[in-house]
Design a protein around this ligand. Structure first.
Ligand code: BES
Ligand code: ZN
Length: 459
C-alpha cells in the first residue's frame, strides 16, 4: 500500500482528473456519442497502465468499461461499479466556469461530472493504484464495471448482466455514486428509490388555431395538460394515485430513531441546498420521509404552443410533459406504470387524447447493511475521516443496482460527495478534500477486504 500517493502526487492526480472531466460525456445527447466513447477509452487506457486487463464491451448503447486486476489467489473479489456519463449542462449561462473546463475555486473542483460520477470513479481508480504493491499487485481481486448510460436510462448494462450474470459474481460490490450524509458524516445507503419516467402527450384539436377567432371555445392543449398535471399531484403534495400510498410501509421505529440522531438544520437545508423560500409537499411528513420513504411525482419539462421570441397568438393543439415518479420499496416500476396510465385516463377530460409513453424505469432497491464488508468500510472511514458510516436512504436512483444485487453479493452503496455538490445542476463541484480522503478510504478498504481470506471466497 502506497500511503503517500495523495500527499506526494496531488498535482498529477488533479491534472489527470481534469483531463477526464474535460471530456463532455453527456449520454442523453446523440451529438456527444463520440465523447462518451472518448471517456470510455480514457478509462481503458488508464486502467491498462495500472496493470489491469481493460476492454470495452460493445452493445446497444454507449460502451461499458470492463477491467480486471491481476489474479490474487485466495483473496476475495471486489466488483467496483461507476458511470462515466454525465447529465446535460443547461442552463449553461449559470455556470461560473465552463462545465467542461474543470476549474478549482476555494478548494473545490467545478465541472460537470466532478461528483456524479467521474470524480468518484477516479477516486476508486487511484485507491486501486495506492493499494497496489511496488510491482503493481493489488491486495485482492478487483473488477471494474463502468457504464456510460446511467444518466439516460440506457438498457445495455441490464442486458449485459442478464446475459452474463457471472460478471456480478464477487464477494462484495462497491457502488460509489452517492454522497456523505453531511460534511464529516460518511454514509452507506440501505435503500435507493426506483423511478418511472414517462412522456405525457395530450391533443385537443387537429391543428393549432387562431386564439382570437376560437379563443373562449376551443380546448387549449397546454391548458388542458397543465390541469391534468396539477390534478396528478395536488397543492397538498398528494399524488392522485392512492394505491401508491396503500402499499408503502412506513419507516420502522428503529429507522426513525436513527434518523432522529442525524444532524439536520431544516433552515440551512431550505436556503442552501434547496435554494427556495419554502419547502412543499406532504406537510405532516418529515423531510426525511418525503425525500427517502415516499413516492414522488415531478414534472421535468413541458413543451407546447409558441415559446420562441416575439408573440404568436395561437391555441396549441398538442402539448407534452416529461414526468417521473420516484418509487420506494414495495412500488415496482411495473406497478407505477399501471398507476400512471390509469390516473391519466381517469383525470383527463373526454375531449382530450392522451398518450403516455414510458421512457425508462427502475425498481427500488433495499440493501442489507449488516454484512461484515460494511464494518470494514466503517473502519476505513473511521481511520481516515474519524467517523464510521451512518446507514441512511437515498432519494435518487441507480437503475443497475437491482441487476448487480441479483448474484447475491453484498452491495455497498456509498460515496465521497457532499450534499451541496449540485448534482445535475449548474456549478457541480467536488471538494478536493473529499477526493483526497476518498482515495485513502477506499485504498484502506481494499487492503482490509484483501485480508479476509477464507475458503468461501469467489476466486
Ligand atoms: N448519483 C446519482 C444517484 C444519486 C443521487 C444517489 C443522489 C443518491 C443521491 C445518479 O447518477 C443519478 O442521478 N441517477 C439518476 C438515474 C435516472 C436517470 C434513472 C437519477 O436518480 O435521476
Ligand atoms: Zn446523476
Amino acid at each position: 500500500m502506497d500511503d503517500q500517493l495523495v500527499s506526494r502526487d496531488k498535482p498529477r492526480l488533479l491534472r489527470e482528473l481534469v483531463e477526464f472531466l474535460a471530456i463532455p460525456s453527456i449520454s442523453t445527447l446523440p451529438a456527444h456519442a463520440s465523447d462518451c466513447r472518448r471517456a470510455a477509452d480514457w478509462l481503458v487506457g488508464h486502467l491498462a497502465r495500472l496493470g489491469c486487463s481493460a476492454t470495452l464491451l460493445e452493445g446497444d448503447g454507449h460502451p461499458i468499461v470492463w477491467a480486471e486486476g491481476p489474479v490474487v489467489a485466495g483473496a476475495p473479489t471486489l466488483l467496483i461499479y461507476g458511470h462515466y456519463d454525465v447529465q446535460p449542462t443547461d442552463p449553461i449561462d449559470e455556470w461560473l466556469s465552463p462545465p467542461f473546463q474543470p476549474t478549482v475555486r476555494d478548494g473545490r473542483l467545478f465541472a460537470r461530472g466532478a461528483a456524479d460520477d467521474k470524480g468518484q470513479v477516479y477516486a476508486l481508480i487511484k485507491a486501486y493504484e495506492a493499494a497496489c504493491d511496488g510491482t503493481g499487485i493489488p491486495p485482492l481481486n478487483v473488477r471494474f464495471l463502468i457504464e456510460g448510460e446511467e444518466e439516460c436510462g440506457g438498457h445495455f448494462i441490464a442486458t449485459l448482466l442478464q446475459e452474463q450474470p457471472e460478471r456480478t459474481h464477487a464477494d462484495a460490490i462497491l457502488v460509489c455514486d452517492m454522497s456523505y450524509y453531511a460534511k464529516g458524516w460518511p454514509a452507506v445507503y440501505r435503500a435507493l428509490r426506483g423511478i418511472c419516467y414517462a412522456e405525457i402527450e395530450l391533443r385537443t384539436t387537429r391543428r393549432d388555431l387562431h386564439s382570437g377567432t376560437y379563443g373562449g371555445v376551443a380546448p387549449n392543449a397546454v391548458e388542458t395538460l397543465c390541469r391534468l398535471l396539477t390534478d396528478l399531484k395536488g397543492r397538498d403534495g398528494l399524488i392522485a394515485m392512492p394505491a401508491l400510498y396503500d402499499r408503502v410501509d412506513p419507516p420502522t421505529k428503529s429507522e426513525l430513531a436513527g434518523w432522529a440522531l442525524l444532524p439536520f438544520d431544516q433552515t440551512a437545508f431550505l436556503h442552501e441546498e434547496v435554494t427556495a423560500r419554502a419547502l412543499v409537499g406532504l406537510e405532516d411528513r418529515s423531510v426525511f420521509e418525503r425525500t427517502w420513504a415516499l413516492p414522488t411525482f415531478e414534472i421535468h419539462g413541458i413543451r407546447g404552443g409558441f415559446t420562441g421570441d416575439g408573440a404568436k397568438t395561437v391555441i396549441p393543439a398538442v402539448a407534452t410533459a416529461k414526468v417521473s415518479l420516484r418509487l420506494v420499496p414495495a412500488l415496482s416500476y411495473e406497478f407505477a406504470r399501471d398507476q400512471l396510465r390509469e390516473a391519466c385516463r381517469r383525470l383527463a377530460p373526454d375531449y382530450a387524447d392522451v398518450e403516455v409513453r414510458f421512457v425508462h424505469g427502475a425498481d427500488p432497491v433495499e440493501v442489507d447493511v449488516t454484512h461484515p464488508a460494511f464494518r470494514l468500510l466503517d473502519r476505513a472511514f473511521e481511520e481516515v475521516v474519524g467517523r464510521p458510516t451512518v446507514a441512511i436512504r437515498a432519494g435518487g436512483s441507480i437503475p443497475v443496482v437491482t441487476d448487480l444485487a441479483r448474484g447475491g453479493a453484498p452491495v455497498l452503496l456509498t460515496g465521497i460527495g457532499l450534499p451541496d455538490d449540485g448534482l445535475h445542476s449548474p456549478n457541480e463541484k467536488l471538494d478536493l478534500q473529499q477526493l483526497w480522503d476518498g482515495i485513502k478510504v477506499f485504498g484502506k478498504f481494499f487492503e482490509l477486504l484483501g485480508e479476509t481470506r477464507d475458503e468461501n471466497n469467489t476466486s
